[in-house]
Design a protein. Sequence first.
Length: 520
Amino acid sequence: MAKSGTMRHPKALYYLFFVELWERFSYYGMRAILVLFLVNRLFQDLAREEADGVAYGIYAAFGALVYATPVVGGALADKILGYRRAIIAGSLLMALGLFLMAAEQQIVFFGGLGFLVVGNGLFKPNISSMVGGLYEPGDPRRDSGFTIFYMGINLGALISPLACAGVAGLLGFAYGFGLAGFGMLLGLGIFLFGIHKGVFKDNGLPPIKEVKEHGPSAAELVQRNKLHTWAALAGAIAVVPAMSLLIYHSELAAWLLVAITVTVVLVVLVQFITLSGPERKKICAIFVLALPTVMFWAFFEQGGSSLTLFAERNVNLFVINAGQTNAINPLFIIALAIPFSAFWTWLSGLGLNPSTPMKFALGIAQLGFGFLLFAVGARFAGDAALVPMVFLVLGYFLLTTGELFISPIGLSMVTRLSPKKLVAFMMGVWFLAMAFAHQVAGVIARLTTSSSSGGDGLLDKFSRLVSGLDPVAAAEQGGAHLTLISYTTVFSSVALVAFGLAVVVAICSPLIRWLMHGEH
């Protein structure tokens, strides 16, 4: 663990930076072409509206499970595997899943998605927990370190859509999925090299209980841990078919989320007995901030679904294709992550750094303005109903600044507020909020498959005011004009809801800070 007296970050941070970079390369490369593959290849025989709806459902179920399983993976790492073994196993399972998806056969494809879900559950919470383990409590570099780590995430997310979607466009979807799989193997190689070099020291080792006078010996405890590790890994692989079926029957994924949430609440209630008063309040603060986080990510995750198809059908693209528009957000992250990191440190020195709840409120508001720009762009669409690309780029810019106010700050907050013995578990709980966000995102995305009725409700009036579109004229022209009004109606509604949510979080900020018990 690094000492807080130096401003240099631990060497291990940069190894984890590159491991996460290539893991995100694999994930976002797959994500950039997933909906396009489903609509244009796997379900190409269906009508457009039906194919879109099925694709959005699968994308939502997959995304929900990707973020639901880390709560289990975090608990397994805390109790049995340790962070390192969980990361190694997760990397191997995800690589296998991506190579299976490259087969482009429906049964094998959904099996690959199942391996991705389980592998991600083992990987995702534990690498973030390893980053948190590099800093002592109260270390002022923690937020800065997570922001640097977050830049690694987005460097991978920048390269992957350009590479994987580009390869998919030139050679076929199979090559795009295969390239993502090789990226995952590269990340695993870097992690194993870091272990070999000893840069992680004792961070992430399997938990070994204290040897008692009349209890099992240290050797017996190590052997028992190995057996538990193999049993946990076998169990993880055994649930892959169930994950695949839940993705295929996407409507069932919500029920699994409910079951996991009930289990999580019960576990937290049991843990409350052993926690101190301040620790309980901090756990409550995490749960309270998880609620607006659900809505933020539900809106933000339109990037992988409805915004990608919006770009393909209603944006005047140049230089890049629709799948490659997924690189716009990480490009801005890379440009802004270090300045934001320095900005928070500078504000802290002046005593002006906004509290975590206020950062959340400001982030949600910026996302609202981003979606407002997507809808405003319709006013400048030509006869082909194509929005100038500048509105897509500027909208993504505001989504990105909103993300930087929430995502790295949220990860840092969880490691800061969670009791040490529950860090990985609570990181999984945080990702569970994102799982619900994907389910909500699927519902929002499906709204874009329906034509606007031109109603007189508040959202309908606001949409017409923002976009300047006439539903009757769009229905007469049909084609791209009809899809444009569907997208802008949803995007303007998202903007209005985001503004209202930002106000609510800002008003509740003092209460949330009280729950955080002195943490900023």
